[in-house]
Design a protein around this ligand. Structure first.
Ligand code: PEP
Ligand code: MG
Length: 544
């Protein structure tokens, strides 16, 4: 039995087999080659090897998950032998005199882009497959064995869920994983305030970060104790028994909380607040409903962009927002316009590398400069508003001008819809308060919008000058710092004076040791990961 200590992200226990997750993408260098025909021969040989790897994976998958689910790997073999794909790779090698790795990566990217643009949902889904086969080919070309390239399809092929260990996981990798196959995450890198950590909490997946994981752990039994941040490898019988009992206790607590479903979020003396949920995608709504969310206080729409290999079309976005509005059945659904940038990067935005991305070109700054992207999203949101109770929220605001400009564009898109006789409802509009600038001018901002939602995750990093992504600063990055709490108080007071209601959607909203403080400050709404809805309701109901 071996024991390792890390930092906890979500307090739950998991017991299972370890699976080592290799990065999906092998870094690709562009190299000049003198003999394109020899390079093509190298590519053909790699293709043969990759096809044999797919055979092995298919056979294993067929045994473990059955013919139907394993069929994806047969399909990948067909794609790998597709004439158009192969021709495209060979043309790049011949015409540009470049190495095969580069030609495959470039072809994969352009084919994935083409698929993503298609109207048909089935064809759109092929974008991930072509990326997958290209990644596999690049891995083989770079000298990797059959297990070098483990993608989300390999994860799909596992018979039972696993404890996934990785050096690091980006938000886009995490969002693309088949969560039903994951018992827990353990990573070497990462910070408790990162979006990957937030996703783990949303999905109620125990996660521990900052652990010196090793590839050799693959296949061994482990216990992940998300309460203490401990990873136990090859547990002895006594430890297994103890942890199984602890797991059962957790489940009992969860069941007790279920008794709070259908009850109001109200203190003993009758003070009510709205208890909403944070989500990253439509698939999280099931958890919101299961945990009796009274609405959605933050739909991080950028995950739609991260889960896509090109800009999501108006239709694709409309479908997602409409589903959210309909599934919430008239309850409030606040959708934040895309907050791409900082740790949430999508390649196809082609954003320049920045020294300081958290303070860089992100969120509303991109939207106001690249208005085509913004207008597509606003149109999709407005069209979806006809199907429920949607609100629109703008992130990373620092000035009144930004709000006015965003509203002006929103009004223009409404006017266009009217001209086209496309129905929409007049939505509530609000802004995230997540910059110190927004705190100080919250009095002026309140007159421009219907509501504020305080984003304590970013607000903390900007007030304390402490990067939320930097694990070394986990001790310094303190959302409970008096400066942050005073900022929250100021925003609530200024918001109310200006006629705006005020909520908190940062992770701090779920800190039940502060629920009393927030209510005393006059908060109107708390929006938390679905897994924290019932614990927060319990905390409110226990207050006088
Ligand atoms: C925040 O900053 O608190 C917030 C809710 O937004 P995000 O975590 O997505 O940056
Ligand atoms: Mg934020």
């Amino acid at each position: 039995m071996e024991q390792y200590q890390g930092k906890t992200v979500y307090p739950k226990i998991a017991i299972g087999t370890v699976f080592f997750y290799h990065k999906k993408e092998t870094p690709v260098q562009k190299r000049h080659i003198d003999d394109p025909e020899a390079e093509i021969a190298r590519f053909q040989a790699a293709k043969k090897t990759a096809l044999s790897h797919l055979d092995v994976i298919y056979q294993k998958a067929e045994k473990e998950i059955g013919k139907d689910d394993a069929a994806i790997f047969q399909f990948h073999k067909m794609m790998m032998e597709d004439e158009t794909y192969l021709e495209a790779v060979c043309n790049i090698i011949r015409l540009e005199k470049v190495n095969a790795e580069y030609a495959v990566a470039a072809t994969g990217k352009s084919f994935a882009g083409m698929f993503a643009q298609m109207d048909d949902a089935y064809m759109q889904a092929r974008a991930a497959d072509v990326k997958d086969i290209s990644g596999r080919l690049v891995a083989v070309l770079s000298g990797g064995g059959a297990d070098m390239y483990l993608s989300s399809s390999d994860l799909r092929a596992l018979a039972s869920p696993v404890i996934l260990i990785a050096d690091d996981l980006t938000p886009s990798e995490t969002i693309q994983m088949d969560k039903s196959k994951i018992l827990a995450f353990v990573t070497r890198q990462g910070s408790v305030n990162s979006h990957t950590a937030i996703l783990a909490r949303t999905m109620r997946i125990p996660a521990v970060i900052g652990v010196g994981i090793q590839e050799a752990w693959a296949g061994r039994t482990a216990i992940i104790d998300g309460h203490t941040g401990t990873v136990i490898l090859d547990p002895d019988t006594e430890t297994l028994e103890q942890m199984t009992a602890k797991m059962q206790e957790d489940e009992k607590k969860q069941q007790l909380l279920q008794a709070l479903r259908g009850k109001e979020t109200v203190t003993k003396s009758g003070r009510k607040i709205h208890l909403y949920a944070n989500i990253g995608s439509v698939s999280d709504i099931a958890e919101v409903l299961k945990n009796d969310g009274e609405g959605i206080g933050l739909f991080r729409s950028e995950f739609l962009y991260l889960d896509s290999s090109d800009f999501p079309t108006e239709e694709a976005q409309f479908a997602a927002y409409k589903t959210a509005a309909q599934r919430m059945g008239g309850k409030k659904v606040i959708i934040r316009t895309m907050d791409i940038g900082a740790d949430k990067q999508a390649d196809y935005f082609h954003l320049e590398k920045e020294d300081n991305p958290a303070m860089g070109f992100r969120a509303i700054r991109i939207c106001l400069e690249r208005q085509d992207i913004f207008r597509t999203q606003l149109r999709a949101l407005l069209r979806a508003s006809a199907f429920g109770n949607l609100s629109i929220m703008f992130p990373m605001i620092i000035s009144v001008q930004e709000v006015r400009e965003s509203m002006r564009i929103l009004e223009e898109e409404k006017a266009r819809l009217r001209r086209e006789a496309i129905p929409y409802k007049d939505v509530e509009t609000g802004i995230m308060i997540e910059t110190p600038a927004a705190v100080w001018i919250s009095g002026e901002l309140a007159r421009e919008v219907d509501f504020f939602s305080i984003g304590t995750n970013d607000l903390t990093q900007y007030i304390l000058a402490a990067d939320r992504q930097n694990p070394r600063l986990d001790g310094i990055y303190d959302p409970r710092h008096p400066a942050v709490l005073r900022a929250i108080q100021t925003v609530i007071e200024n918001g109310h004076k200006g006629g705006a209601w005020v909520g908190i959607c940062g992770e701090l909203a779920a800190d039940t040791t502060l629920t009393k403080t927030f209510l005393e400050m006059g908060i109107d709404e708390l929006s938390v990961s679905p897994s924290f809805l019932l614990p927060v309701r319990e905390a409110v109901r226990n207050l006088d």
